[in-house]
Ligand binder design. Structure first.
Ligand code: FES
Length: 118
């Protein structure tokens, strides 16, 4: 049975077989999720965010995810390499923290520039 998975913020949509993990689905869709351990739940780089409405479309949170992710599980964070697709679902790839910091600095500089012109 196939399921539709949507990757945000890219908006990429792909069909995958039930039982595919999110990391492999992302690779198939050409969506980049960083990894260093190749799916062994060691690097914690493959985080994704799931909204509450899609929790049942994915495998339940494993013990290894609970141990590795701690309280961030309550914010909908999962490890894409450990998360199996069971139904149609939408997942969000969180912005890289370094890129987010640079983006915020650029926005602040742009706003300051704008204020100085007026
Ligand atoms: S790929 Fe390393 S924790 Fe998922």
């Amino acid at each position: 049975m196939d399921h539709v998975i949507t990757f945000q913020p890219a908006g990429k949509i792909i069909k995958v077989r039930q039982g595919t993990n999110v990391l492999n689905a992302a690779r198939k869709a050409g969506v980049y999720i960083p990894t260093r351990c190749e799916g062994k739940a060691n690097c914690l780089m493959c985080k994704i965010k799931i909204s509450e409405q899609y929790e049942s479309a994915l495998s339940s949170i494993s013990d290894v995810e609970k141990r590795k992710l701690g309280a961030s599980i309550n914010e909908g964070i999962r490890l894409s390499c450990q998360t199996i697709i069971l139904d149609d679902v939408e997942v969000t790839i969180p912005e890289d923290p370094l890129k987010a910091a640079i983006r915020k600095q650029l926005e602040a500089a742009r706003n300051q520039e704008h204020d100085e012109l007026w």
